[in-house]
Design a protein around this ligand. Structure first.
Ligand code: NAD
Length: 490
């Protein structure tokens, strides 16, 4: 008899798909282990073509009724959905932490509230979408945001609950129905999300979850011709493959991808705040797409600033992410550990100087030391490619032009961070760095209304506020000739 549920951190989690309002099991399974200690978290149903097709079919069938509810009709259901996420916050945080090794306290206090907001914020925002009128001398242009159909939502393992709801919120609020393909290295909280949606009254077929391996389940999903949208967050390499499927059917695709973001520190900055924020780039073992992984320091303060960063990093505890004192948990998977270690070994062989770290942490297993490389050339692999681990590089600059040239000298353009004491100088630098988001004297603060996305190979499109609806909706103009209905209107 195939296992259909697991007890994870005292929470019962279904290991099966959620399709058309019911659990569906597959004979094929994939194994899932906790990165904290390698413990078995159960054998999860692995979808193939049949399950992916079944989910898209269910979502297509549910679409007309969900779309017809309108934003006002959907609002109470989505509010209950957001409240359900908050009500099960402790369960979600505990399961996520065990499943992907992320910090329990961060999940509880930041990720869960944000996940709930992702649903309620977009549900409220949708109420005003169709108010947009452009008054031309001959016609009234009524700009309408119509639901587009079935959206496939594909997410990575580093923050599944937060990143999935960032797509689920606007997609459902827009009136679309959805098929979620969770990450195979951390699938469990998306399964909880299906339970919560169901309890909130999201009708059968409106939200579906298809578990499985990316190259199989994900591939079957994105090649389904009945999709209206594909929303993907993950690596640039996978986006190139999914983009080919999207191109074959002219399906609009949004892509939030990897980064190699610069972190620029000017001599006149608040160096204590900057040093603490540099140390913060190691949180969640650096498995954060937005992390500023290339530290660029103004030459005149290099020695002073290095001391401050070294001190801040020395206070970071590496270990079990469920402990409140831990700042750096494990890497997600043995394969990923080998990938990160490979980057580090090649950087050493290429002449990079290890300022601290450089290998497995004392905790053993998948725990990697916070690592800093100096004496790297901007063209070295370690300064060019996304490691997605606790590995930073240390470079210096002598002028703003040089800082900007190094900052812009990779293929990526996801984000950037700048610490600077002079507003005019800060804005001059910030305007010239290629990035979807550039933080000045802060990091990671993200308003749900603000545009979010990546430039260059870090992404396609922007989401957040109206930008999300620009993607998830079919935008239409109903242009009505003025006076054509007479004074009485018809
Ligand atoms: P990944 O690209 O390997 O996988 C992401 C998702 O795509 C998974 O669900 C996977 O199963 C699926 N997938 C894989 N192959 C597929 C295929 N052929 N067809 C359809 N789906 C497929 O990425 P990952 O290793 O899970 O995540 C790490 C990457 O995600 C990093 O590059 C990181 O920077 C990026 N990321 C970006 C953001 C952002 O907002 N820009 C946020 C988090 C993570």
């Amino acid at each position: 008899m195939t296992q259909s549920c697991a007890e994870i951190a005292g929470v019962t989690v279904s290991l099966d798909h959620w399709i058309d309002g019911r659990r569906v099991s597959s004979p094929e399974r994939f194994s899932n282990a906790s990165p904290i200690d390698g413990s078995d978290l159960g054998a999860v149903s692995a979808a193939g073509q049949a399950e992916a097709d079944m989910a898209v079919k269910a979502a297509s069938k549910a679409f007309p009724a969900w779309a017809a509810l309108g934003p006002q009709g959907r609002l109470p259901i989505l509010r209950r959905f957001a409240e359900g996420i908050l009500a099960r916050g402790k369960d979600i945080a505990a399961v996520e932490s065990l499943d992907n090794g992320s910090l329990l306290m961060g999940n509880l206090h930041r990720m869960v509230p944000r996940a709930a907001q992702n649903i309620s914020f977009f549900a409220e925002w949708a109420l005003g979408l169709n108010d947009h009128v452009i008054d031309h001398e001959e016609v009234i242009n009524n700009v309408r945001y119509d639901p587009s159909g079935v959206a496939a939502l594909i997410t990575p393992w580093n923050a599944p609950m937060m990143l999935t709801t960032w797509k689920v919120g606007p997609a459902l609020a827009a009136g679309n129905t959805i098929v979620i393909k969770p990450p195979e290295w951390a699938p469990l909280t998306c399964s909880l999300l299906a339970d919560i949606a169901h309890e909130a009254g999201v009708p059968p077929g409106v939200l579906n979850v298809v578990q499985g391996i990316g190259e199989v389940a994900g591939d079957a999903l994105v090649n389904n011709p009945d999709l209206a949208r594909i929303s993907f967050t993950g690596s640039t390499d996978t986006a190139k493959i999914i983009g080919q499927a999207a191109a074959r059917s002219i399906t609009p695709m949004s892509a939030e991808l990897g980064g190699k973001s610069p972190f620029i520190v000017c001599a006149d900055a608040d160096l204590d705040a900057a040093a603490q924020t540099v140390a913060g780039q190691y949180i969640n073992a650096g498995q954060v797409c937005l992390a500023g992984t290339r530290i660029l320091v103004e030459k005149s303060i290099e020695a002073e600033f290095l001391d401050k960063v070294r001190a801040a990093v020395s206070h970071m505890t590496v270990g079990d992410p469920r402990e409140a004192a831990t700042r750096v948990g494990p890497l997600i998977h043995p394969e990923h550990f080998a990938r990160v270690a490979g980057f580090v070994e090649r950087a050493k062989a290429a002449g990079g100087e290890v300022l601290w770290g450089g290998g497995q942490a004392d905790a053993g297993g998948l725990y990697f030391q916070p690592t800093m490389f100096a004496h790297v050339s901007p063209s070295d692999e370690i300064a060019q490619k996304e490691v997605f681990g606790p590995v930073l590089t240390w470079q210096t600059f002598a002028s703003d032009d040089e800082a900007i040239a190094i900052a812009n000298g990779t293929e990526y353009g996801l984000a950037g961070t700048l610490f600077c004491g002079n507003e005019a100088r800060a804005m001059r630098i910030a305007e010239r760095v290629v990035a979807g988001t550039l933080w000045v004297n802060c990091f990671f603060v993200r308003d749900l209304a603000a545009p979010f996305g990546g430039s260059r190979i870090s992404g396609i499109g922007r989401e957040g506020g109206t930008h999300s609806f620009d993607f998830y909706c079919d935008i239409k103009n109903i242009a009505v000739r003025k006076g054509s209905f007479g004074a009485a209107g018809g």
